[in-house]
Write a protein that binds this ligand. Structure first.
Ligand SMILES: [Zn+2]
Ligand SMILES: [Zn+2]
Length: 203
């Protein structure tokens, strides 16, 4: 069983719910993440609403440096070239976008979660064909099992030392709002009790 993130068309930059691109919804006092390598402001990739998390619904928000693509180790979960953050879902407002740097994707893509009774890779192959849509309109999957391109790299929570829970897999998406994952896939994890999250990609 797989929950595909189906492209649901362009949405407003501040749209609620799970989406890629646009402006992140954030709590009071939020500071836009900066890259450990180049010091620039990161690019906002996606926000993922997780309503099954204890003790309340959360949003996992994913950022990655795109100021010097390939030079900031932005694929690594720990090097500081990307950042995944966990927020309680209530009371979020659109972030103040920094004035400089590669901060936003060209447009925001809505996500329609679609349950398909197939493993992820099969679902990706078959669903696009049966629906008569481009495979690029499958933006990833929510929960389920990560489909690793280079072997299991499940991160460990830095607070409790347990393996993190899989939140979502992200693909590059449509050509108009593409995420730069080196032609590969991105993987988002969280430890909700500790309020930690991590992102990495493989190609
Ligand atoms: Zn950087
Ligand atoms: Zn933890």
């Amino acid at each position: 069983m797989t929950t595909l993130m189906m492209y649901a068309g362009r949405v407003d930059d501040g749209a609620p719910g799970t989406r890629t691109g646009g402006v992140p919804l954030v709590p009071e006092g939020f500071e836009w993440p900066t890259c450990s390598s180049c010091g620039g402001s990161m690019q906002f990739l996606a926000q993922l609403f997780v309503d099954g998390a204890e003790p309340e619904a959360h949003v996992v928000s994913v950022f990655m440096c795109q100021n010097d693509p390939g030079l900031c180790e932005e694929w690594d979960p720990a090097f500081g070239g990307n950042r995944a953050l966990v927020f309680p879902a209530a009371g979020l407002v659109p972030a103040q976008v920094p004035a400089t740097g590669e901060t936003l994707l060209p447009e925001a893509s809505g996500v329609n979660p679609t349950v398909v009774d197939l493993p992820y890779e099969k679902a990706r192959e078959q669903w696009a064909d049966t629906q008569g849509i481009s495979r690029r309109e499958i933006l990833g999957q929510l929960a389920g099992e990560p489909s690793w391109l280079q072997g299991d790299e499940t991160p460990t929570c830095s607070s409790c030392a347990q393996p993190m829970a899989f939140v979502a897999q992200l693909e590059q998406g449509t050509s108009r709002a593409e995420i730069n994952l080196g032609g590969g896939s991105g993987y988002t994890f969280a430890c909700f009790p500790c309020g930690q999250a991590a992102f990495l990609w493989q190609s």
